[in-house]
Ligand binder design. Structure first.
Ligand SMILES: Nc1ncnc2c1ncn2[C@@H]1O[C@H](COP(=O)(O)OP(=O)(O)O)[C@@H](O)[C@H]1O
Ligand SMILES: [Mg+2]
Length: 465
C-alpha cells in the first residue's frame, strides 16, 4: 500500500516514538531519516529533500513550528509536505500548523495505521501535484513556442469565430487596429468596423465559410478608427471559423500605382507623337500639293501625286495608331478600307464600276510591319487603279490579308483588269513602284510572287514575329 523507495524524515525527541516509527516505515520499504532536534531536522530536510516529513512540535532547542517556518522559507526544502505530530489537540495549535504550511497533523499517542494512511494520502497528492506541474510546464512550453511562432510572423494573424469574434490574435493583428491583443480578443469585427459587411474582405470571409475553401482578397482597408492602407488577406477555414493572415501591401500598391500612372503618361506621350508625325506628314503633303500646282508638266505632276499618296499611306498609319486603343498595334482591315478609299478618290478618271473587295479581318500589326505592308498595298493598288482598267473599264480589285499558323502573313492584291505586259518580269523591272515593293518585301523578310492569269495578282508572304 505504501509506495517504495520514498524518503521519510521523522523528527521526534522521544526515542520510543522515533524507533517505533522508524521500524514501521523501514519495514514498509521507506528510506527513513531521523532527527532528534529542530536544528538537525532543518539541516537534513534541506540536504536530503525527503518526500514527506513527520514533525513533532515539542522539540529541544527550536520547536516544530519554527522548523516548519524555516523549511517553508528554504528553497531546497519547501516542497516536502509536513505532517505535525502532537499531543496538543487544541484548535489554536492546529490553525498555527496549517498557517505555517503543514499539510496535516496527527495526534499522539500514535496509531501506526492512521499515520500510514495519512502519509500515503499526502504522498499520493504530492505525486499527482508533481505530475500536474510537469504537465503544466510542458503545456506552457508548447504554448510559448506557438506564441513565439505567431509573434514572429510579420503579418497580422487572427481567428474569427462564426459570430465574427476575434478568438486569437497576434501582436501585429492587434497593432493594426491600435489595440492590445488582450483588448481585441472577444470583440466582434463587425462592431469594430461598422460597414465591414459590405466590403470585399467580408465577402471573402463569407465565401471561405460557405465553401470551406481557402480564399484571398486584396483591397483597401478604409474604416473609421481602423488602419488605412492596402491589405492582402489570405483566409483559411478552421473548425471555429476562419484564420486570416493580413499583409500590409500599401507600399507595394503605391509603387504599382505609380508605375501604372507613368505608363499611362507614356501612352499619352506616344499618342501625342503619332499625332504630331501625322500632322507633319500632312504638312509635307500640303507643300507637295502646292508644288504640283505650279508644275506645268503633266508627268511631273503625276509623280508628285504618287509621292503624295505614299506619304499619305504612312500618315494614315500614324493616324490609326493615334486613334487606337492599343497603341502598339493597328487594325489592318480598317486601315486598308481608309487607304483604298483615299486612292480611289484620287483617281477621278476611273470608271465608277471598279469595286474593291477587302478581306483582312481583325489583323493587328505593330508599326514595324504595318508601314512596309501599307506602302506595298499603296503601290500595288495604285498600279491596279492606274493600269488595269483603262478606258472606263469595270472590274474588281481584291485585297486579302490573313495570318496563318499564328506567325505567317499572306497579303495578296489582285485585279481582273487587262493584265501585266507580256514581257513583264519582276526580276528585271526597273520601274520605281515595283522597285519599292521589292525593297519593302525584303525589309519584311518576305517573298513576292506574281500571277498573270485573269488580270494580275501579287502575293507576298512574310513572318509576323
Ligand atoms: N495591275 C497592273 N495591271 C496592268 N499593268 C500593270 C499593273 N501593275 C503594273 N503594271 C505595269 O507594270 C509597270 C511597272 O509598274 P511600276 O513599277 O509601278 O511603275 P509605274 O507605275 O511608275 O509605271 C507599269 O508601268 C505597268 O505597265
Ligand atoms: Mg506604280
Amino acid at each position: 500500500m505504501i509506495e517504495k523507495k520514498e524518503t521519510i524524515l521523522i523528527v521526534d525527541d522521544d526515542p520510543m516514538n522515533l524507533s517505533l516509527l522508524n521500524d514501521y516505515f523501514a519495514a514498509s520499504g521507506f528510506r527513513v531519516l531521523v532527527a532528534e532536534d529542530g536544528e538537525s531536522a532543518v539541516q537534513r530536510a534541506a540536504d536530503l529533500k525527503p518526500d514527506i516529513i513527520l514533525l513533532d512540535i515539542k522539540l529541544p532547542g527550536i520547536d516544530g513550528f519554527e522548523v516548519c517556518r524555516r523549511l517553508k522559507g528554504d528553497e531546497k526544502a519547501k516542497d516536502s509536505p509536513i505532517l505535525f505530530m502532537t499531543v496538543i489537540a487544541e484548535i489554536a495549535e492546529k490553525v498555527k500548523a496549517f498557517a505555517l504550511g503543514a499539510v496535516d497533523y496527527i495526534t499522539k499517542p500514535i496509531d501506526l495505521e492512521e499515520v500510514a494512511a495519512r502519509v500515503n494520502t499526502h504522498l499520493t497528492i504530492r505525486r499527482l501535484q508533481k505530475k500536474f506541474e510537469e504537465q503544466n510546464l510542458k503545456l506552457q512550453r508548447g504554448e510559448e513556442r506557438y506564441k513565439h511562432l505567431l509573434e514572429s510572423i510579420s503579418d497580422g494573424v487572427y481567428v474569427l469565430d462564426r459570430d465574427w469574434r476575434y478568438t486569437l490574435v497576434n501582436e501585429n493583428a492587434a497593432r493594426l487596429v491600435h489595440m492590445s491583443p488582450r483588448d481585441l480578443l472577444g470583440k466582434k469585427i463587425t462592431a469594430l468596423f461598422p460597414g465591414i459587411e459590405e466590403s470585399k474582405f467580408f465577402k471573402t470571409y463569407l465565401d471561405v465559410i460557405r465553401t470551406g475553401q481557402p480564399g484571398a482578397v486584396v483591397n483597401e482597408f478604409n474604416f473609421p478608427d481602423g488602419p488605412r492602407g492596402w491589405y492582402e488577406v489570405r483566409v483559411y477555414p478552421v473548425p471555429e471559423g476562419i484564420l486570416c493572415i493580413a499583409a500590409d501591401i500599401t507600399a507595394h500598391h503605391l509603387a504599382r500605382e505609380k508605375i501604372k500612372a507613368s505608363l499611362v503618361e507614356k501612352e499619352v506621350l506616344l499618342k501625342e507623337i503619332h499625332h504630331r508625325v501625322k500632322n507633319n506628314l500632312q504638312l509635307i503633303n500640303s507643300l507637295l500639293s502646292l508644288h504640283s500646282r505650279r508644275v506645268d508638266d503633266k508627268k511631273s505632276a503625276a509623280v508628285l501625286m504618287e509621292v503624295n499618296n505614299r506619304i499619305h499611306s504612312i500618315a494614315l498609319i500614324h493616324e490609326k495608331l493615334y486613334q487606337a486603343e492599343d497603341l502598339a498595334r493597328i487594325d489592318f482591315d480598317e486601315y486598308i478600307r481608309s487607304l483604298t478609299g483615299h486612292l480611289r478618290s484620287a483617281s477621278p478618271e476611273l470608271a465608277p464600276g471598279v469595286r474593291f473587295k477587302i478581306k483582312a479581318g481583325e489583323i493587328l500589326f505593330e508599326i514595324g510591319k504595318a508601314i512596309p505592308c501599307a506602302l506595298i498595298i499603296n503601290e500595288l493598288v495604285t498600279n491596279s487603279l492606274k493600269y488595269a482598267f483603262p478606258r472606263q473599264r469595270d472590274g474588281e480589285i481584291a485585297i486579302d490579308l490573313s495570318v496563318v499558323a499564328g506567325d505567317k502573313a499572306i497579303l495578296s492584291v489582285a485585279d481582273n483588269g487587262i493584265g501585266l505586259p507580256v514581257d513583264f518580269s519582276i526580276e528585271e523591272a526597273g520601274t520605281l513602284g515595283i522597285q519599292i515593293v521589292k525593297a519593302l518585301v525584303k525589309q519584311l523578310h518576305g517573298t513576292l510572287k506574281i500571277e498573270k492569269s485573269k488580270g494580275s495578282k501579287f502575293t507576298i508572304e512574310f513572318p509576323v514575329k
